[in-house]
Design a protein around this ligand. Structure first.
Ligand SMILES: Cc1ncc(COP(=O)(O)O)c(C=O)c1O
Length: 470
């Protein structure tokens, strides 16, 4: 019997056809052929990163997040510049991407003995190790109906506060003039989350910022899917060329009392070119108050050698300035993701819905909008996702991610035993429907008692082994 071709709906990578290869080739040739650009690109750079790119990103983001449908406060963006008059990019730091920068943020702004971390669950599982490496303990807080279960979070923050005061907790790190050690970190992926695909409501975003201010928390958001969204109904009636919602960092910047020049603020946004140009560029940005951004740039690894990705930063700058990146997003990525999402959703409706598998409709603030890379499925109550994913591998050569992968390491109080994550970004478009059909066969078998035990399979993917899947 000929083995079935593998279909991998776990891997969270962009399909090679979605990489901005030719635009990057043009941008690289331009950057490398001009010594005024290539020389600084090949030397050590400034701590906060390549200045022209800081300014380009700042302009690009102020335009993208200036959306007339936002609340009046958040929409009145006047550039991302710290004082609102001149946009010199002082709210932006160039990074080696969202993952690398999460590690740097933790190095500068947390202390393993003093800081507690709250991860919105289900969580981006590869962030767990970054918190562990920084010596930090993580606790889970559910998404609730709006994106974060604010009630549970506040209860947890209060409990922590009481314990910390009773134990008179102090940190191990010595104070540094450029940094501040926060009592808490709240980590979330507010838009088109990896893994749940959900988007945090605007009212929840505002309340979360208020909570962070009250409890001395730094909200770190991976805003990595903000540029990838599309209407899920009547495509021609909506042009989603701007952000739909302000980021937490925008709210922190504009919600009274706004942070002053000497304030670190309570939110930082982690952006990346991984999802819109190609993950191999390993370049991203952080946005926060100028004070926090300066502190971040003083991270030891940036002080010695300058911000990461200096040469790539010159190339990305050329990509942004030429307008080629925006064109790639609008003309290649969004149409492709719309098609991919629709293909997978109709396959789900045809093959899985009749079995009782549930999937949430893509909605943002009541509008028919979806984005990102992932669809989150709820299996019928008695169907265990780990068994399903094992049998998918053995019987159908299909790789899917079981929900337990996205439980917060060290705090499995919030479980996802009946959930599965499917990625529609990696496999060829033509294989998405076949992948869902294979999954449906396995779900049906398991429902009929033909699934066997957990661990009965040849191979069980462990959380630790799945780095390549993101
Ligand atoms: C939520 C989230 N954060 C971070 C990353 C990785 O970003 P980067 O490639 O910039 O490190 C991913 C990639 O899947 C992601 O989904």
């Amino acid at each position: 019997m000929v083995a079935k071709k593998q279909i991998n709906l776990l891997r969270g990578w962009p399909n090679p056809a979605l990489l901005a290869s030719s635009a990057i080739q043009t941008a690289a040739a331009k950057a490398l052929s001009d010594p005024q650009v290539s020389t600084p690109g090949l030397l050590y750079g400034p701590d906060p990163g390549y200045q022209p790119l800081r300014e380009s990103i700042s302009r690009w983001l102020s335009d993208y997040y200036r959306n007339p449908s936002l609340g009046p406060a958040e929409a009145s963006h006047n550039g991302t510049g710290g004082n609102g008059d001149e946009d010199d990019g002082d709210r932006i730091c160039i990074t080696g991407g969202a993952s690398q920068n999460l590690a740097c943020l933790l190095q500068v702004f947390t202390d393993p003995l003093y800081t507690r971390v709250w991860m919105v669950a289900p969580c981006y599982f590869l962030a767990c190790r970054i918190f562990e490496d920084a010596g930090l303990r993580t606790r889970a807080v559910g998404e609730g109906a709006e994106g974060v279960d604010l009630e549970a979070l506040e209860k947890g923050l209060e409990e922590c506060e009481r314990e910390a005061n009773a134990e008179k907790k102090v940190g191990v790190k010595l104070p540094k003039p450029w940094s501040k050690i926060y009592r808490h970190v709240i980590y979330a992926v507010p838009a088109f989350s990896n893994p749940s695909g959900r988007t945090m409501a605007l009212s929840c975003r505002r309340s979360l910022v208020q909570l962070a201010r009250k409890y001395d928390a730094l909200i770190i958001t991976d805003d990595v899917y903000d540029f990838l969204h599309w209407p899920t109904s009547s495509p021609s009636s909506q042009h989603l060329t701007r952000a739909i919602l302000p980021r937490l960092v925008d709210i922190d910047r504009t919600l009274e009392p706004v942070p002053g020049k000497e304030d670190f603020g309570n939110a930082v946004s982690n952006g990346t070119f991984s999802k819109i140009a190609g993950p191999g560029v390993r370049t991203g940005w952080a946005e926060a108050t100028p004070k926090l951004i300066y502190g971040l740039s003083q991270c030891g690894s940036s002080r010695s050698g300058g911000a990461p990705s200096q040469l790539t930063a010159t190339i990305i700058n050329s990509l942004l300035q030429s307008g080629d990146l925006e064109e790639h997003i609008e003309k290649v990525l969004k149409p492709a993701f719309t098609r991919r999402y629709n293909l997978m959703m109709s396959a789900i409706t045809r093959n899985l819905t009749p079995l009782g598998v549930k999937v949430e409709e893509g909605k943002v603030e009541g509008k028919d909008i979806f984005g990102g890379y992932f669809i989150w499925l709820e299996l019928p109550e008695k169907v265990n996702a780990e068994i399903v994913s094992e049998r998918c591998r053995e019987r159908e050569n299909l790789v899917v991610a079981p929900g337990d992968l996205f439980e917060v390491h060290g705090d499995e109080s919030i479980k996802f035993q009946n959930s599965l994550r499917l990625c529609f970004a990696w496999e060829e478009e033509g294989d998405l429907e076949e992948g869902v059909k294979r999954l449906a066969r396995v779900v049906k078998d398991v429902m009929e008692g033909k699934g066997g035990e957990i661990g009965g399979g040849r191979m069980k993917a462990s959380k630790q082994d799945l780095g390549e899947f993101r």
